[in-house]
Ligand binder design. Sequence first.
Ligand code: NDP
Ligand code: 2IT
Length: 446
Amino acid sequence: MLTNAYLKGLYADLEAKDPYQFEFLQTVKEVFESLQPVFDQEPELAKTGLMERFVEPERVILFRVPWVDDQGNVRVNRGYRVQHNSSIGIYKGGLRFHPSVNLSIMKFLAFEQCFKNSLTGLPIGGGKGGADFDPKGKSENEIMVFCQSFMTELYRHIGQFTDGPAGDIGVGGREIGYMFGQYKRLTGYYDGTLTGKGLSFGGSLARTEATGYGVCYYAQEMLRHKGDTMDNKKVAISGSGNVAIFAAEKATQLGAKVITMSDSNGYIYDESGIDLDVMKDIKLVKRGRISEYADQVAGAVYHEGKRPWGEVCDLAIPCATQNELDIEDAKTLVENGCRIVVEGSNMPTTLDATEFFLANGVFFSVGKASNAGGVATSAMEMSQNSIRMPWSFEEVDQRLQGIMQNIFRNVIETAERYGAPENLVLGSNIAGFIKIKDAMLAQGVC
Ligand code: NDP
Ligand code: 2IT
């Protein structure tokens, strides 16, 4: 609950100004609730106008994306780039192509990205972008044409010293390739502005795997903190995209059994553990639907229109989208004995479900900490591009593990220091915030 008068007042102002920006208001509320001990201890912070500035993006770019489909029809989508905060580094964050994209979703993602990027310990500020374009059912040519049109406006707002986009939902290696090609053509620069590039043109080894692997490295730290390991754990994962697939791969390598994965149509349950070769073939090669898994693997069951949270598991790792785990799901998970929830997607858990987990002793990590391995590896891709020297898979993976371990240590120690031991929500938000606060104060009113 918001009790600090300054934060409460500011939240009320935001709510009055943008009552329909539900996702943005949701993340601000979660963050403000966490930051209360800081503002209670340092009331003079209120006089700096710090939070009034921090909740406003430094810049929002909203643009038209016209393109021509295979039938010759002119189509128009909305493109966005929210350059939220550059106090600790260039704006950095992914691009999402999904029909649900709107200003609220872009702002929530950009705001979360600031905390996440700060937690990595690397010099990156926060941004996010995308379009309300639906890649599903589009031909290869339509995807390329859309990406080129999107970049034809975006290129003037980005750069290795200003703003570095990457992938997110609906944007993977294929789309980054098309966007990089167009960026290079328009600017003449061959540089590290875009990350998640193909390995033959400046991409980093282990970037594809990094978010999912990082989530599991973080889960490993959480388990270690409890004197436990991944070995023999039953893991429920949602999603079957980039984050979900590589979270499932690393969890399996660490000895766990992944029993569920999903897409927006339903989920599959595989008692004997997901066969990742089959899953990758369906999702990464054929771009098919998850229901096909049950047709190919004996014993697997497909549940149409349902989410996986009703299955008995030790760990739940949501890796699909925002608000995909609600209060009813949270109650079911707890009832079924799930004690650890590690967010792979951004803000998958609703606020009341988050509160329920914390109140019921679930060790719960917010995505801005546990999924930070993706953006951290993007920053490593930029480093390799700058020094014009690629690192080996092992080197990047080692650094990624170190970064995830450091984030966990920072988060758990911060939670302890602010009187909320093991509250990883509070620990993540405060730890991410402190570096940004110090930088913003040092740089004056700007
Ligand atoms: P992908 O597009 O590769 O995969 C997204 C997955 O989530 C698909 O299985 C998709 O199913 C499912 N999904 C998307 N929207 C919905 C919805 N509304 N309801 C149910 N399922 C849905 O994206 P990523 O794996 O890259 O991203 C997943 C999450 O992780 C996002 O929250 C993203 O912001 C976050 N993230 C991604 C990072 C990255 O490096 N890629 C880094 C950090 C966080 P379908 O195919 O049916 O749409
Ligand atoms: O949410 C995220 O952190 C991402 N989509 C990755 C951002 C990046 O710049 O790699």
